[in-house]
Design a protein around this ligand. Sequence first.
Ligand code: FES
Length: 145
Amino acid sequence: MESNGKEKFTPKIVGYLCNWCTYAAADLAGSSKLEIAPNLTVIRVMCSSRIDFNLVLTTFFNGADGILIGGCHPGDCHYDKGNYYTRRRYAMLKSVFKTLKIDPERLQLAWISASEGNRYADVVNSFTEKIKKLGPNPLNENPYY
Ligand code: FES
């Protein structure tokens, strides 16, 4: 069987999780002992709207293979409209990724409430599988990309 070099690939994924919802869901998933891929490094933020362009691009340019942004469901943001700004920024980031010739699938936004521990586990596991299929961040192979 021919090797494509991805079998031993262990993705590095950064998860920026809103304190009020997705971070609490991660906590619930952990205390419920759900199976969650260990590839996600969690960074807690007070609202998904705190994730700006610079942060996403810097994270990616510093070697993350994938980035997950977790926020409150639309209408549930503790700061009223924060996640609406996030949704718009996410759409723009996807097009920036395309312009930079980076697969936009490496960035994912998910609305996960504090009670959705199962959904959190599903999102993390499926995103990890997706990143494994995409392979390493191309910038890691060619830093002068
Ligand atoms: S407080 Fe959770 S997305 Fe704004």
